[in-house]
Unconditional design. Structure first.
Length: 317
């Protein structure tokens, strides 16, 4: 059975068309003559994947570029706007946290960082013979359940909002656009020779928004996460691509001592997803992190979380 027929049996209609369009670009990339293979990892989710670590708090050994690692960071956009995902392949350096922007030609770096810095460094230590590349697209506040989208957006592929050119566009569409742009590049490292991108893993940090509304929404998280991860795997043309997720945690900085009212339900759903998926793992060290505000980890947390993600993803391979 071909990849396209497997996809059409599982996801029908517009969702399958979207994924197949990206798969076609991926197959063109995979088949071209190449000089260098890059193992590429997708980083996605909401604000704790965006990254709120402060660049000026990085230790000296993490403050510079990461040698021989390239990143394509898709421009974040709200639902109901024309598909974006613009970016450009560039050497990994600090500044890919919240506030990062790209117009598709140049990157505008922020004063924040996320897990990408230590994830890449640790993955290089674990696989010194492997060239590493990262595709990142995330958006703060976003949910998977459409009823929890609020003002931030939703990853449910069939969620509809907006009008005109942005009608029906959601976070999954912006993610697919990011993949299209990233895989369309023939030479990501600029050395004059074509490169091949080999999908190697998914890192997902999200779930807080799905825990904020109702028990019903939170209870649907396991099924919604499974569907979305299956679709992300399909878009990357690898049914068994390893996935590592970060367990949501709570700062307790709310009047009732709990920011995410249904956080325990989502945490249980995350554990259940991993238990049912032999190619998935969960990072639980988030419970030990300090916070820079009521929602986001401090710089030390992001530094540790990146390393933990790399180790967990390596272990599930």
């Amino acid at each position: 059975m071909t990849f396209g027929s497997r996809l059409s049996r599982q996801f029908r209609g517009a969702t399958a068309v979207r994924v197949l369009a990206v798969a076609a670009i991926w197959m063109l990339t995979a088949s071209r003559a190449h000089a260098t293979d890059y193992h590429v990892y997708y980083l996605g989710g909401q604000s704790n994947m965006d990254g709120y670590g402060r660049v000026n708090e990085l230790p000296d050994e993490l403050a510079g570029p990461v040698d021989d690692v390239w990143i394509f960071h898709g421009n974040t956009s709200p639902d109901g706007t024309p598909v974006d995902g613009k970016g450009t392949w560039a050497p990994l350096r600090p500044g890919h946290g919240v506030g990062f922007e790209s117009d598709g030609t140049e990157n505008d770096y922020s004063d924040r960082f996320g897990v990408e810095l230590t994830f890449a460094r640790r993955m290089k230590q674990l696989h010194p013979d492997r060239r590493i590349a990262i595709i990142k697209y995330s958006r703060g506040g976003t949910s998977i359940h459409e009823a929890a989208a609020g003002q931030f957006g939703c990853w449910e592929p069939d969620f509809n909002s907006g009008s005109g050119a942005g009608a029906g566009v959601n976070q999954y569409d912006h993610f697919l656009a990011t993949l299209r742009h990233a895989f369309a590049a023939r030479d990501i490292d600029g050395d004059g020779s074509g490169d091949r991108l080999i999908p190697a893993g998914i890192v997902w940090m999200q779930g807080e928004s799905d825990a904020a509304y109702s028990e019903e929404i939170a209870s649907a998280y396991e099924a919604n996460l499974k569907r979305l991860m299956d679709l992300v795997r399909a878009a990357l043309r690898a049914d068994d691509l390893p996935v590592v997720i970060g367990r949501i945690s709570d700062s307790g900085q709310d009047d009732d001592g709990q920011v995410w009212d249904h956080g325990d339900v989502v945490r249980d759903a995350q554990a259940a997803f991993v238990e049912q998926d032999v190619r998935a793992a969960i990072v639980t060290s988030t419970d030990d992190y300090n916070y820079s505000d009521k929602w986001h980890y401090d710089s030390a947390g992001y530094i540790d979380l990146g390393r933990r993600f790399a180790e967990a993803l390596d272990a599930v391979n």
